[in-house]
Design a protein around this ligand. Sequence first.
Ligand code: ATP
Length: 320
Amino acid sequence: MSAAPSAEEVLADLPPTAAVWCSGLRKRYRKRTAVDDVSFTVGRGEVLGLLGPNGAGKTTVIKMLLGLVRPDAGEVLLLGRPSRDPRSRAKVGYLPELFRYQPWLTAAEVLDLHVRLAGASVPAAERRECLALVGLADRTGDRVGGFSKGMQQRLGLAVALVARPEFVVLDEPTSALDPIGRADVRDLLLSLRSRGVAVLLNSHLIGEVERVCDRVVILDNGKIAAEGTLTELLGQRELRLRLDKVDDAASARLAATGTLTRDGDLFTVALPADPDSGTVPDLVADLVELGVRVHAVEPGRISLEERLLDILRTGTEEHR
Ligand SMILES: Nc1ncnc2c1ncn2[C@@H]1O[C@H](COP(=O)(O)OP(=O)(O)OP(=O)(O)O)[C@@H](O)[C@H]1O
């Protein structure tokens, strides 16, 4: 008869817990309520965007998740354990909003220091790769005191990523970066997600959040004003086409792509939730083939920025 599995083996067979689970988080500073009854989850491999105006409570939530601020009420599980447990904290990478590294250290030394602080063992080649990943390959031996703001932010990203985290928290990771740097961070986030690493992204650059996040939590006055996937928050993707010479066959072709509405020569097709890359070009090619004259084709869905402003304005009115 085989021996009964150990508790470790039983745990290893369970589905992985969420990267973060928090429930009923509250925090007051004197008379000011910074965070009021906030609950959400970040799944493994999920990129969650945390949005909201200045002072909404985003950084306070992040600090409570990481055990850096003690909540007045509520609970947090980080990688399945209490957030103060060093075993979970060792697997979390954090880029704080305000940070400053020791100016007398070189980039490579800053990374070495953080690897040691995390109690991790990361081979030198991997540490160098990490600096290369954030675009600092040729500055590894330079002192941080001589770095530009954007270079310091890149180093901060390397620090957050170097100890092979399972959950990464990035508080305004691109505020000092140039457009190429921002695009690099986007690619970085997508590659983390593909490796099953969960990411919590706090950014005022809403277009950036819209491009990379699977789900968004919007905070306002310390409370969750809205949350959901982009499709839940923004509605389905639409395609708007300005067409003429549309006969029955062309109408049928349009309707086969998604629910069709028409207003004169403006046709709107609600696209499937996850259209493949051929959906739109195939439709246009078929319409042309059917003799339709295609004057314009444009995506139609409100942007996350418009939706955010709408939610915050409505919230404010409800508040009055
Ligand atoms: N240590 C503190 N002492 C007193 N009040 C604080 C402290 N930290 C945060 N607050 C207050 O809590 C509220 C939320 O602040 P928080 O920094 O979490 O907002 P935020 O959403 O991250 O803002 P921003 O987008 O400007 O970074 C603010 O009213 C702030 O003044």
